[in-house]
Structure formats: structure tokens, C-alpha cells
Ligand binder design. Sequence first.
Ligand code: G1P
Length: 290
Amino acid sequence: MRVRKAVFPVGGLGTRFLPATKALPKEMLPIVDKPLIQYAVEEAHAAGIEEFIFVTGRGKTAIEDHFDHSYELEDLLSSRNKLQALEALRAAVPGAGQIAYTRQQVPLGLGHAVWCARKLVGDEPFAVLLADDLILSEEPCLKQMVAAAHETKGNIVAVMDVPREQTSRYGILDVGSDDGRLAEVRGLVEKPEPAAAPSTLSVIGRYILMPEVFDHLSRKEPGAGGEIQLTDAMARMLGGKPFHGLRFDGTRFDCGDKLGFLQATIAFGLARDDLRQGLGDYLSMIAKDL
Ligand code: G1P
């Protein structure tokens, strides 16, 4: 089973980050010096993805520009002999024809956004990455998932345990057999109240899905919050191909949340050779006054 295509739903409005996201897509917010969406694309690339499918919306053209060549800038950097910056810029641009855009014309939910990519994905397994969920790990999360999908020959979602009071923010698993790494998915519920949650194992924004999910998404039935939910379509797939949650190695940051975003900035800053010392010194200094 090869996973060659990845879908990036980037149509969301980013209301939690206003006013920063009034004119800037939330996926373009930077962690250190790279936009969130570039982390997601690099993770997909490292997992062997060859085709990058963006489901965009109004006001998202900055994303298309970001993944295109900027001749003026490249020319300037080259004439100033700033070769490292030039290389970094060029490396971020997928090859010709490897990137496709489609629009989710109406914001009907994550499931609907993924369904909008059905023609571009076709009849093969594919990945979905939500750029808000940023993962710091040695081995890229999606690469771990591709390996798991080869083992199980089925659907994989990235999962982590969350405090019970937070279940209403996530898709939650009802778990069957569980070896501590791979948890068999017996059921899936979108954003249950803590008391109703079948477990505290939550879906993080990384999925490897079989194309049958599109048949279920086509029913366009609204779920939690009145939106067409990916979780509901996945739940309807159960009983078909194997379906597992993978407890990935790594730390996940919810960059759609202000605190998560700040934590990611610090963690990714500390992971950088050029910033670790200076940032670490600053953090120790201010920690004394907290
Ligand atoms: C989406 C999914 C949810 C998942 C979450 C991960 O929710 O619907 O199942 O747990 O992403 O971040 P959202 O955060 O878009 O509300």
C-alpha cells in the first residue's frame, strides 16, 4: 500500500487568532521562521508524499504564493550571494504539477473539506494533515503512520491521551484491542462531553484513510456542531478495512490555541541550534521572577 497523496484542509477562518488572521491565513502564522503549513508539507514530504492537495477558501492566496517561486526574491538573494537562504526558499517549493488547489466554497466542516478533494485523490489511500496540529518528533509523525499502515493494511489516525475534561475538543476513540502503541478503533465520537466519552484517547490532526471514506462523506450528514464531520464518516467505515489509532512518538502542539502556539514557539526555538542558548538563557532569567 503506497500513500502518495496528502490533503491539507486550509479553508478555516482562524477566528481564535483575530486580529492576526484578518488578512493572513492562520496556516501562515510562523513558528520561529516557518509558517505552520510549511511544517505540515515538509512532514508529508518526509513521509514519501508526492502530491499535495490543498482545500482552500476565500482569502487564502498567500498559501499559493508561499508554495510558488518568487523570482524577484530568489534573484536578489542570489545576487547578494545569500545561498543558504536561497536554498531554503527553493527547497520549500514542491515540483511542477505536484501541488493542486481546490476550494471549499462553503465552510460546512472538516468532512466536507476532505470530500472536496475526492476527485484529486481518486481511488487510493491518502493522508490528511491539519496544520494547526504541529508535532515535534525525531521521526516525522506521518512517516510513523505510513509504517503503521503498512503493518495493519488499513486506516490509521494519530492519537494521544488527553485529560478527560478536554474530550469535547476532539474526536474520541472507543478502543478494542490495544497493545500500547496501536489501538484498534471500535468506535469514534466527535467532541463528546467528558461523561459520555468512551475513552480519553483523542484523534490528532493526522489521518491515513482508505478512499471508501469519500462514499460516506458523500452522504453529507451534519454531525457535532451542525458540521459535516470527518469523524462521523470514519465511524461509518468501521467493520470494513482495519482501523487503528497510533500513539505516535513526539509532542503535539495545538497551534490553533494561543497557549499551544506560544508553547510550540518555545519548544521549536529550543530545538534549534542557533536559538537554544539565547532562548534558554532568557527563559531561565524570567523564570526566576514568575
Ligand atoms: C478536528 C477534528 C477532531 C480532531 C481535531 C484534532 O477538530 O474534527 O476530531 O480531534 O481536529 O485537532 P477541530 O480542531 O477542527 O475542531
